[in-house]
Design a binder for this molecule. Structure first.
Ligand code: ADP
Length: 173
């Protein structure tokens, strides 16, 4: 049975097959979760990212995890929030789908997502969280792998929003 878990943690500490990075399109590092992942993984990660030559919004790229406990990092580029009528929802959904697709292709069993786009990119949290849960559930229903998906919330407040949305989604289906 596939599982979805919601937890509050620093994603760089998680011992899973892959952690997802909310990167920017250069893939050359930034602040927030991106900066934390690069600091924890070490400079080899940046070197591998440099060779990838960037990543368009909504797509995802796989690298090694280097000094992280996670074996791989899946870098995906979330949309910057511009009010909601610029394809933001669909682009965010594509981030989750494409990350899961990469994980499945690599035969990974466990993957942890941060709350993509809801930091510096200002995507409203409740809306982003519903998209994330919906996409992950749909993927898990139609693919055998990954079998364990973690939503890694950085704050207790974020975790509460995810738990609430998860409960409501379970009730309505
Ligand atoms: P974006 O540019 O996609 O908005 P941010 O890194 O600014 O990305 O924020 C995305 C989410 O990642 C936010 O909820 C932020 O609180 C969270 N975050 C920041 N650092 C970490 C970390 N070390 N582990 C997990 N989540 C983190």
């Amino acid at each position: 049975m596939p599982s979805i878990e919601i937890l509050q943690a620093d994603i760089t500490t998680l011992d899973v097959d892959a952690i997802v990075n909310a990167a920017n399109s250069s893939l050359l590092g930034g602040g927030g979760v991106d900066g934390a992942i690069h600091r924890a993984a070490g400079p080899e990660l940046l070197a591998e990212c440099r060779a990838l030559g960037g990543c368009p919004t909504g797509e995802a790229r796989l690298t090694g995890g280097y000094r992280l406990a996670a074996r791989f990092v899946i870098h995906t580029v979330g949309p910057v929030w511009h009010g909601g009528s610029h394809g933001e929802d669909e682009l965010l959904a594509a981030c989750y789908r494409n990350s899961l697709e990469l994980a499945a292709r690599q035969q990974l069993r466990s993957i942890a997502f941060p709350s993509i786009s809801t930091g510096v990119y200002r995507f409203p949290l409740e809306r982003a969280c519903c998209i994330a849960l919906r996409e992950v559930r749909a993927f898990l229903a139609t693919h055998p792998l990954p079998e364990r998906v973690l939503f890694c919330c950085f704050s207790a407040a974020d975790r509460a929003v995810y738990e609430q949305a998860y409960t409501e989604l379970a009730k309505s289906s």
